[in-house]
Design a protein around this ligand. Structure first.
Ligand code: MG
Ligand code: ZN
Length: 452
């Protein structure tokens, strides 16, 4: 009996020691917002080299370890980004719209806050505004995600050991950080923060703490950002460089979000979504290379939920036309105002084709042209009295043409509750194998750093 007790004691001591030993110094946590299984599958075919017989694997295929369920605390099954990011950052299920608070609106401790309490470096990177739901769920506590000004304020006002919670913040959001009533950038300057507002300045950023805001709200879509389509990658590169330099002893926690995979899928715009996937994949590639070179680093990548009910192939045709997707060079959001303008001018077929070829490398078929002209007619009937109706009618026809040409299916303009994938590499990666609940991911991260 005594022997057995000693054995148990020895075993539990050694497993505690192992847990300590396997605790990574750095955690890089990456979230593809809206990046469901269909999104990563579509991306595999999209980036395939047509000159080889095999379909090349992606970085996601290479790092796949498990899956996660994403449902929120109630019985709606379909989560929003706030509830899901809170699950990932705190290990607790909550209601849709909740930012770092539980179902009773009580603040929860986030993994980023745990890192800061331990003296580690902390960073958030996103292609949305940095106070949008996903990054906010790591940084803030608010009962409602759309309280953007309050959330931005709390980034500056809530301190840990007297210091702002994040050492580095990169993304969009000048509308919320530079306001009439409060200039948070000036306040951060007095706290020693450097500030940049152009992506081109990322390379010249030399010290922390720092904040970079590159757009009034979210950054332009990757597909439309011809100068720097891979802006999540560029921000990730800067974050890895600065954080590993400054926190080489203490380690760091970093949350990097590919925010707009979700936004393109809400728009049911496949080419837009693939450009976002491409940017996020190359950011993951960079983080993976860092993890390979720094064996004390854990890299975990997942999605908060899937979006759009994307189907790789649709419209009853057994084919998904990747080469057609690759010939679309603008988002519908960018094309739309130009087509609305043209519809007001009662344009000829040639004029419509000419505008189309400014954005798309394949020609409109005659049935697609008819569809578009029908939409123009419908919009004209309203006499410009309902600009929203015009937008909807012409926008929907552009989407219908693009989705028909590529044979892409969508079932919703919202989110869907299909499980998402979990990808991991580095120290502790095996912990994320198999099926898990999204809160398990948050719990495992917290446990690794001795919290909970
Ligand atoms: Mg998000
Ligand atoms: Zn969404």
């Amino acid at each position: 009996m005594k022997m057995r007790l000693w054995t148990i004691l020895f075993l539990s001591l050694s497993s505690a020691a192992m847990a300590k030993q396997s605790a990574p110094k750095n955690i890089i946590f990456m979230i593809g917002d809206g990046m469901g299984v269909a999104q990563t599958s579509a991306y595999r075919y999209f980036q395939d080299d047509p000159n080889t017989a095999d379909v090349e694997t992606t970085i996601f295929d290479q790092l796949l370890v498990g899956t996660a369920a994403t449902y929120p605390a109630d019985k709606t099954v379909v989560t929003d980004s706030a509830a899901s990011a809170t699950a990932l950052s705190t290990g607790v299920k909550t209601y849709n719209g909740a930012i770092g608070v539980d179902v009773n609106k009580k603040p929860l401790k986030t993994i980023l806050e745990v890192a800061k309490h331990q003296g580690k470096g902390t960073a958030i990177v996103s292609s949305s505004q940095i106070n949008h739901a996903t990054p906010a769920s790591f940084m803030a506590h608010n009962e409602y995600r759309r309280n953007y000004d309050q959330i931005a304020d709390s980034y500056v006002d809530e301190r840990i050991n007297g210091k702002v919670k994040a050492d580095l913040m990169l993304g969009g959001g000048t509308d919320y950080f530079i306001r009439e009533d409060r200039n948070l950038i000036e306040e951060l300057n007095t706290q020693g923060f450097s500030y940049i507002d152009q992506l081109e300045q990322l390379h010249s950023l030399k010290k922390l703490p720092a904040i970079g805001l590159f757009a009034p709200t979210g950054l332009p879509f990757a597909i439309d950002n011809k100068a720097m389509p891979n802006r999540v990658t560029a921000m990730t590169e800067t974050a890895l460089r600065l954080m590993s330099e400054k926190f080489s002893d203490e380690g760091f926690f970093m949350m990097i979000e590919g925010s707009q995979i979700d936004w393109c899928a809400h728009a049911n715009d496949i080419a837009c979504a693939m450009a976002e996937m491409k940017d996020f994949a190359s950011a993951v590639q960079l983080a993976h290379e860092f993890t390979q070179q720094n064996s004390d680093t854990l890299l975990v990548i997942t999605a908060d939920h899937a979006t759009g009910g994307l189907s790789v192939g649709g419209l009853d045709i057994y084919e998904w036309r990747t080469e057609v997707v690759a010939q679309i060079n603008s988002s519908v959001e960018v094309m739309l105002p130009e087509f609305i303008q043209l519809s007001n001018e009662q344009a000829s077929d040639q004029q419509i084709q000419a505008l189309w070829s400014k954005h798309v490398d394949f020609e409109l078929t005659s049935s697609h042209l008819t569809l578009l002209k029908e939409a123009f007619k419908k919009a004209a009937k309203s006499g410009g009295k309902w600009p929203e109706m015009t937008q909807k009618v012409i926008g929907e026809s552009l989407l219908a043409i693009l989705n028909d040409a590529t044979k892409t299916g969508w079932t919703t303009k919202g989110h869907n509750a299909d499980d998402v994938q979990v990808f991991a590499a580095g120290k502790g990666a095996t912990l994320f194998a198999g099926f898990q609940n999204n809160i398990d991911i948050g719990k495992k991260l917290l446990q690794l750093w001795g919290s909970k």
